[in-house]
Write a protein that binds this ligand. Sequence first.
Ligand SMILES: OC[C@H]1O[C@](O)(CO)[C@@H](O)[C@@H]1O
Length: 517
Amino acid sequence: MAGGGFGPGPGSGKQYPGNLTPYVIATCVIAAMGGLIFGYDIGISGGVTSMDSFLEKFFPSVYKKEKADKSTNQYCKFDSLRLTMFTSSLYLAALMSSIVAATVTRKLGRKLSMLLGGVLFCAGALLNGFAQAVWMLIVGRIFLGFGIGFANQAVPLYLSEMAPYKYRGALNIGFQLSITIGILAANVLNYGFAKIKGGWGWRLSLGGAMVPALIITVGSLVLPETPNSLIERGKRDEARDKLRRIRGITDVDEEFEDLVAASEASRKVDDPWRNLLQRKYRPHLTMAVLIPLFQQFTGINVIMFYAPVLFKTIGFGSSASLMSAVVTGTVNVVATMVSIYGVDKWGRRFLFLEGGIQMLICQIAVSICIGLKFGVDGDPGQLPKWYASVVVAFICVYVAGFAWSWGPLGWLVPSEIFPLEIRSAAQSLNVAVNMIFTFIVAQVFLTMLCHMKFGLFLFFAFFVVVMTFFIYFFLPETKNIPIEEMAVVWKKHWFWSRFMTGVDYPNGSLEMNNPKV
Ligand SMILES: OC[C@H]1O[C@](O)(CO)[C@@H](O)[C@@H]1O
């Protein structure tokens, strides 16, 4: 995903004039709805799959098993490939469409990708809301996934191109913030809709995705195209006018010339994928793969997708489980705001390292708590409410640790380290790796819980140890470093410097203003 920090920083000598106009604010708020939908879909499926009426209708075998073996192994209650397929099909679809979207976004504009995303979302939400059979659910999720591929490709790119450079960092995390708000909205609605008499509340939960979907569909029709995209498609005069309108001033020449130059420079790179394999881009390639992989191996989506199911497993009733998901969702939103506040003050490394240690402690604690009560056979006997509440508290502290570290930084850091000539390939790789591992975690979690039992949390804890050491040794601080000076951080790094010998990076503003995904 593209993002913040593409503009000139404090050391670049360039200070493009321009204001944070109401026009920009309005366009960015509408565009950020793409993040809301992503979050909504992440948050909605877990709650819906914990509603009895939904399970009974679409997954009767899971429902029967859940009802029948109350006192037996809690770990395996929900282990159903079809059930996980319902959740995870979306991510596979998103992975595929993000690859197509890269071309649409570049050749036909950001607006069209967002419009396609919105239309696909509407189709998916309708199919899900009116579903009569499992296939309708899964096809609906696939449509939603296609929509997410387009929206996640185009929206962050759109935001970073529209925003005045000074606000790009905050706007980047703004996208993750809207994802977390979407997750929370889904959790709250699930909690309310589950109480509807007649057991059809899940239809409202799933169909509710129509609201943000319609907003982005209509929004993308009225949103302006970005100047970068217009230049890229040969419409220079239109681009200059747009830039004036967006920045709220008439003198936009300096920025405009740089956009044109950046577009021309990027056209000379004909195979960004091959470029990415060059020795001097080894650190970038490593980060493009490992950062999204590690983000998913924190295990966060075990909580985001399956919190209600998990809470049911540790002994809460249906309603309390959904309520607990609302609590974790709220923590997620608030802690992401902490990150917006602190990321440029305390730096990326501090947040990564602190968040890592916090997550590790909580994962070990959750594992011990569950292990002590559930043992290996998964039979908790009488589990006191206070005990389950302690588990939820640890989970909340864990979510906070994620939400101010790997959550937003998993997008921000890659977006600020890629130089233009590899940006398109590296960013696509970043999104693709994220989706693949989101898919894998979603698909195998319930089976893993069944087999690894309380050890599942130790499995993710192990990865948190690995990633925390990785950050400590291999990630240089990128706080307050202008994009065009980023090469320096690798050149000075104890390990990565060996790949940088004899490397002369193109300098200046040319490479900064044309974020491509
Ligand atoms: O807020 C948690 C959410 O954030 C993401 O990591 C995206 O950045 C999702 O995979 C996860 O569900």
